[in-house]
Design a protein around this ligand. Structure first.
Ligand SMILES: CC(C)(COP(=O)(O)OP(=O)(O)OC[C@H]1O[C@@H](n2cnc3c(N)ncnc32)[C@H](O)[C@@H]1OP(=O)(O)O)[C@@H](O)C(=O)NCCC(=O)NCCS
Length: 185
């Protein structure tokens, strides 16, 4: 049974579930369908990236990171259980930092229905309540107003701009930095 059909603590249907190796084929197809849509917002991709084998290899890395407490890889799913996007908490650091980096996307067809906003809410709850983290960080391109709105609706606060922060669409680009501190911390 898909986790999608499970209800969260607050009785609301979840829009995310844990990633698995079995997602590789569907994920490769979805990345292929969204190649142009995602291109301005993601690292440049080679042809290999859009194959099931490459997606399986990428998922294996993420699942290994998950097993070591370094990442929380989840799929964003539609009402029928189909994958509609991805959300990952990565680079989890413990010690005095207790923080992780958030990344996500929703397919073009599924945009504008609040899926990303709900998915961010769900992974933030996992980060704070299940993993006991202190902070979640996210970085958006300076002109990614849509993603910024998703973060701000979940309580994230913008705290700066990082010049040449990340190589997106083949260019080192400035990013707006956001963080959410666990409210009860
Ligand atoms: C950013 C992204 C995840 C949003 O997904 P989504 O499921 O459509 O998001 P939601 O429906 O939860 O919310 C989007 C909000 O942005 C708003 N929005 C859309 N275009 C906007 C714009 N140009 N400026 C400001 N807000 C905008 C929408 O109206 C919506 O708010 P509303 O519900 O109050 O109307 C999706 O567009 C995406 O995957 N983009 C490409 C990859 C990407 O940018 N990933 C994030 C990298 S930081």
């Amino acid at each position: 049974m898909l986790e999608r059909s499970k209800r969260g603590d607050h009785g609301v249907m979840s829009v995310t579930r844990p990633a698995s190796l079995g997602d590789a084929a569907e994920l490769a197809e979805l990345y292929g369908q969204n190649r142009e849509f995602l291109a301005p917002w993601e690292p440049a991709r080679d042809e290999e990236f859009f194959t099931e084998a490459a997606q399986r290899a990428g998922l294996a890395v993420m699942l290994d990171e998950h097993a070591r407490g370094k990442a929380v890889p989840r799929m964003i799913v539609d009402e029928d259980g189909a994958i509609a996007g991805r959300i990952n908490l990565v680079d989890i650091v413990r010690g005095a930092f207790q923080s992780g980096n958030l990344g996500y996307w929703v397919s073009g067809k599924a945009n504008g229905r609040g899926l990303a906003t709900r998915a961010v809410g769900e992974i933030v709850r996992i980060a704070f309540e299940d993993m006991d983290l202190h902070r979640v960080q996210a970085a958006t391109l300076v002109h990614n107003a849509r993603s910024q709105k998703v973060l701000e609706r979940n309580g994230f606060v913008r705290y700066g701009t990082a010049p040449d922060y990340c190589k997106i669409a083949g260019r080192w680009q400035d990013h707006t930095l956001f963080q959410l501190i666990r409210p009860d911390a």
